[in-house]
Unconditional design. Sequence first.
Length: 195
Amino acid sequence: MAAKEQDAIYSFLHVGSGPRNPKKIPAAYQGPEWREVRLDINPEVWPDILGDIRAMPAVETARFDAVYSSHNLEHLYPHEVPLALAEFFRVLKPGGQALVTCPDLQVVAEYIAQGNLTQPIYTSPAGPIAPLDILYGHRPSLARGNLYMAHRTGFIASTLAQALHKAGFADITVQRRGGPHFDLRAQGQRPAGGK
């Protein structure tokens, strides 16, 4: 076991993590006191736990201090979002926090309303990203057969906050980050007294 893992006193579940990449971890979880556990549906990224965010039976209830979900919820169908958020809530310790990011469809709609559907609005590590990619998924990845990248739902700040609230989270905040991220960053806490 690595020294960092031995010294860690907190752990966070990084759902839909993709390949191991310390640069993708939020600053709040980068200290030596934190241990990352990666869960992903794609075996090609070698996750610690191979699993689906809609049902995570391999993850113990109340095991983690935090759950980090970066751009995962939009890959679910709308009726599956409550399942995933309920799982995030379940695996958190009382007082634990979920950090969720996803595309901000309000900003995307503004670009589309201006007549821009296919022109890139920013460049990600995967390449140029247009409003169409944000709405339906990264087209080059989909063309290569990576259907995990398809988008099936979306959020604006108020609907993401409502979804977290319905899942039982408290102290919810949602930030609209604008460019260059064009996403929402939401935090919610599992109440210390349980649900």
